[in-house]
Structures are given as structure tokens and as C-alpha cells.
Design a protein around this ligand. Structure first.
Ligand code: PAZ
Length: 317
């Protein structure tokens, strides 16, 4: 598809998508967040900003949605990476799927309210002993990140919400030039049902087998690179279950979408290792296996922060 045709397909995707609720409020929050850390305000001059996307998008099958197709992602990659980016001095726009893993909460049980707390007496609730350090740490770190203006969390559910929000974020980050980074770890649907051809009400099982045509979601990575935020440093992710095709697919994505790096990972080993694919080399990044609580995101973010520094230096010469 040539670039004019792609442009038209993208515009028609946005024109036919259900309008994003709270678009004005999201834009305003982003403006305030970026102004508070960008050179315009003079404060925190030169701070880098990364948009971390996390979790999977859904594809609704009905407008009054009862059923949907989901994309696998727990959100652990995005949540862990957010913590390491903040530690490295970045401000983070965390675009995440509602209900998935959150930064600083990874050591808490799945249902923290029910499992971490107990009644101290009839009126008061207290943290249960085994969780007290984890809960204090979570509250302390999360509070520090949000109150120092380094973390803005924006939730999505559907593919329509995700892509509309990504576009708003990218356009808002344009003024940051090379200080901006995209770390696109979300698992984004490849196929969708266009809003206008979608059933309004719950699809009835009595009508027999379901025959439904899914359209291809237009690939937005190249417009993100060339139009929305042309100066940003862009990292995308490639997940495969077949190791034989993983690096080839990542390298194709690198060239096709003009990414600065593509992080290649396999479903079963994604928490142990990833390969950072760039134009001149493939770098294997592994979790520190001598520590039980180590994360692969720790060395991964360190490597990408380094590459971002080189990119900023090169952009200013
Ligand atoms: O969210 P998670 O930690 O369970 O998994 C992370 C991941 C595998 C979704 C991510 O690393 C990734 O590869 N995202 C892109 C998926 C894709 O190829 O569309």
C-alpha cells in the first residue's frame, strides 16, 4: 500500500470509530503534564518523556458490547518498564488496558483489597503482616511518581480508544522533539469489526453459526514516525510463538515502520529474555538469573535509555 492510500485508510478508520469519551479532558491533562516537565516552563529542563503502552486491545463484536475478541497481554512488561524508566529520570505517560498490571503493584496479590487487608477491630482496617512492606512500598513509590508529576496514567479498553489516544499523545509529545520516546509494548489487535457494520444489539445465537468479516487494522506505526511525532525515538515490540520466524519478523518491522529498535520476544520466555533488533545488530538481553526477583525490563530499559541518549546527541549535531 502506498503512503497516500495508507493515509486514506487511517483517516477512514478514525472517521468511522466511535468518538473517544473525554478526548478534551485527556488532551488537557496531557498538555498540563508535558508543560510541567518540558523546557517551556523552565522547570525540569530537558527531562525526557516516554509513552509506555501496555496490555492488549479488545475488538468489540457488538456496539452495545457483550462479546469481544481480546489480545493476550498481562501488562507486566509495561508496568515493570514504567518503574525502570521513572528510576532512570524519565516522565512516563502510561497508556494501559483497564484491569491489567500497574506500576509498583507487581509484588501485591491479584486481589490486593481482599487479601492484603483485614479488620483491626469492628471499624478499622489494617494491612495484614505478610504484605505490610509490599503495600507500604507500593503506596510510597506510586505516590512519589504521581505527586512529582512523573507519571500520567491513561486507560483504554478497545482498539478504537487505544489508537485515538495514541494519536492524541503522539501529537501532544511532538514539541518534545528527540526527548520524546515511544515504548510500544501493548498487544494491538490486527483485525477489527468496523463500527458502522457492527451489530447494535447482542448477537443472537438462535440465528445459527456466526459469519463475520474482520477488516485489517491499519498499521499506524509509520504515521506515528513520519507525521505524529517525527523526532521521537521509537521502540516497538514483536511477539511470536515460533522462535524460527521471530527475528526475521522483528527485522522486517524495523525497516517497514522505520523504528529505531524492535524488541523481539517469544511468548514462553518473554520474562527471561528479549532480543533488541537494530539496523546494525541484534542484542540479547537477559534477566539476572542469580536473583529471584530480577526483571528483564531492568537491563532492557537501561540499554534503551543509552540508545536514546546517543539519539538525542546525534539529533543535536
Ligand atoms: O504484557 P505481558 O508482560 O504479559 O507481555 C508483554 C508482551 C509480550 C505483550 C510484549 O512484550 C509484546 O511483545 N508486545 C507486542 C505484541 C505484538 O507483537 O503485537
Amino acid at each position: 500500500m502506498d503512503s497516500i492510500a495508507l493515509h486514506d485508510v487511517i483517516e477512514s478508520f478514525f472517521d468511522s470509530a466511535p468518538p473517544l469519551k473525554d478526548a478534551a479532558k485527556i488532551t488537557d491533562n496531557l498538555k498540563k503534564f508535558i508543560e510541567s516537565i518540558s523546557p517551556v516552563s523552565g522547570e525540569g529542563k530537558g527531562r525526557r518523556v516516554v509513552c509506555v503502552t501496555s496490555g492488549g486491545t479488545t475488538v468489540p463484536l457488538e456496539q452495545r458490547c457483550v462479546r469481544y475478541i481480546d489480545n493476550f497481554s498481562s501488562g507486566n512488561r509495561g508496568a515493570a518498564s514504567t518503574e525502570y524508566f521513572i528510576k532512570a529520570g524519565y516522565a512516563v505517560i502510561f497508556l494501559y488496558r483497564r484491569g491489567t498490571c500497574q506500576p509498583y503493584c507487581r509484588s501485591l496479590p491479584d486481589d490486593p483489597l481482599l487479601e492484603c487487608f483485614e479488620f483491626a477491630d469492628e471499624l478499622d482496617v489494617q494491612v495484614r503482616k505478610p504484605y505490610s512492606e509490599a503495600v507500604k512500598g507500593t503506596i510510597r513509590n506510586h505516590h512519589a511518581a504521581v505527586s512529582s508529576g512523573l507519571l500520567l496514567k491513561l486507560p483504554f479498553t478497545t482498539i478504537f480508544e487505544y489508537l485515538q489516544m495514541l494519536r492524541i499523545i503522539a501529537i501532544s509529545m511532538r514539541s518534545l522533539g528527540p526527548q520524546a520516546m515511544f515504548y510500544l509494548a501493548a498487544a494491538v489487535s490486527d483485525f477489527y469489526v468496523p463500527w458502522k457494520s457492527m451489530a447494535e444489539h447482542k448477537i443472537q445465537s438462535a440465528s445459527g453459526p456466526l459469519d463475520m468479516r474482520l477488516m485489517q487494522v491499519p498499521k499506524m506505526l509509520s504515521v506515528l514516525r513520519t507525521e505524529w511525532t517525527p523526532m521521537a525515538f521509537c521502540i516497538s515490540f514483536k511477539l511470536e510463538t515460533d522462535s524460527k520466524i521471530l527475528l526475521e519478523k522483528a527485522s522486517t518491522a524495523l525497516k517497514k515502520y522505520k523504528m529505531h529498535s524492535v524488541v523481539a520476544n517469544e511468548l514462553l520466555t518473554r520474562k527471561e529474555e528479549v532480543t533488541v533488533v537494530t539496523t546494525d545488530q541484534n542484542i540479547l538481553v537477559q534477566r539476572d538469573k542469580t536473583r529471584v526477583d530480577s526483571d528483564v525490563e531492568d537491563p532492557l530499559v537501561e540499554l534503551l535509555v543509552d540508545k536514546h541518549s546517543t539519539y538525542i546527541k546525534e539529533s543535536s549535531t
